[in-house]
Design a protein around this ligand. Structure first.
Ligand SMILES: *Cc1c(COP(=O)(O)O)cnc(C)c1O
Length: 364
């Protein structure tokens, strides 16, 4: 049997007519930037998340970067980020001129360990960026209480967590702002690059919108030295078409995850831990294994696609050599890098395929 790590085919079959209709709508209107599709998506996504404002932007990195910028974070400031995340989280901080400060995750949840945040705070610290990694909520009560105690801003990185909840409330609603990515492979994906920042703060939303539109509050009037990062009409229309299907697709991911967690019975393999407060959306189903590379080869040989999230931790990437963080300094992130293996997870996986993955892992 051949099982890819991810395929969009079953989803595309399901959404075929909706997507074509969305394209026709935009093409017929002949209006491509800043229009009714963008407005419609922003309204619908804000409502979906349970926040007042949504600002469509060009991608997830910009969604985070513009939020930090709008909050006034820049040179000389420090922002706390998890040591185990996609590099975009740290790059958003770097791009505004601030310094990312890495805090280790809890190895059971893969998410930032709130108990370690206090020790990383100093007089330069301005914000915390929790990442709801692999689609599982961080412990937001603890993180918000630490942020409030020190007067820090909170920008949630929700790029992998569309629809995930913490104590029944959607992620992206706890901090000052939250960034979402609609990269095609995300739980809610466009047919290209796209992103959005959500917030309950009108002033912040207006500033983010202006910053992503050449710093302009109205045409040819520039109040900031902004950049160009907008959600175009075609991508917005595709997202309008896909959003109503998101919950159903997340439910499907949960079903696959549950079968994995119940079915994987190999003492060499650790399946993901889900705390009581969290209902994950399983952007990634990551198992851990000391013999990760051998397990990966075993699965690949059986025709099963896999991935690693992430094979090199951010502090050991070439681009962050200037931070001089030696190997061994962030042992939990390094341990996850060395042991995590992501197994197939996509809408439309059949029971037979799920069982084949489970059996293949159990026979390792
Ligand atoms: C994908 C991702 C981003 C960046 O999103 P893009 O749309 O690719 O710019 C940021 N943070 C995390 C955790 C991500 O997974």
């Amino acid at each position: 049997m051949k099982i890819p790590f991810v395929t969009f085919l079953p989803m595309e079959k399901e959404l075929n007519s909706d997507i074509r209709e969305a394209f026709d709508r935009v093409f017929t209107r002949s209006w491509y930037i800043e229009g009714e599709e963008d407005e419609a998506f922003e309204r619908a996504f804000a409502e979906y998340c349970g926040v007042k404002y949504c600002v469509g932007v060009g991608n997830g990195l910009d969604a985070l970067m513009l939020a930090l910028k709008a909050l006034g974070i820049g040179e000389g400031d420090e922002v706390i980020v998890p040591s185990n995340t996609y590099i975009a989280t740290a790059l958003a901080v770097t791009y505004v001129g601030a310094t990312p400060v890495f805090v280790e995750p809890d190895i059971r949840t893969f998410n930032i360990n709130p108990e370690l945040i206090d020790a990383a705070v100093n007089e330069h610290t301005k914000a915390i960026m929790p990442v709801h990694l692999y689609g599982q909520a961080c412990d937001m009560d603890l993180i918000m209480s630490i942020a409030n105690k020190h007067g820090l801003k909170v920008v949630e990185d929700c790029a992998q967590a569309h629809g995930a909840t913490y104590k029944g409330k959607k992620v992206g609603t706890f901090g000052d702002a939250a960034g979402f990515s609609f990269y095609p492979g995300k739980n809610l994906g466009a047919l290209g690059d796209a992103g959005a920042t959500v917030t309950n703060n009108k002033e912040l939303a207006d500033k983010i919108r202006a910053l992503g539109n050449y710093g302009s509050d109205y045409k040819y009037h520039h109040i900031y030295k902004g950049n160009n990062s907008r959600l175009d009409e075609l991508q917005a229309a595709f997202l309008v078409a896909k959003l109503p299907h998101l919950d159903k697709m997340n439910v499907e991911r949960r079903r696959i995850a549950q079968l994995y967690t119940e079915g994987i019975r190999n003492p060499k393999v650790i399946t993901p831990f889900v705390p009581d407060y969290s209902v994950p959306v399983w952007h990634i189903y990551g198992i851990r294994c000391k013999e990760r590379d051998a397990l990966e080869k075993h699965l690949n040989d059986k025709g099963i696609g896999t991935n690693k999230h992430y094979p090199i931790p951010i502090h050991l990437q070439d681009c962050y050599k200037d931070m001089n963080i030696p190997k061994g300094a962030l042992p939990i992130a390094e341990e996850i890098s060395a042991t995590e293996l992501s197994i197939p997870m996509y809408f439309g996986m059949t029971d037979e395929e799920i069982q084949y993955v489970i059996d293949s892992i159990n026979e390792f």
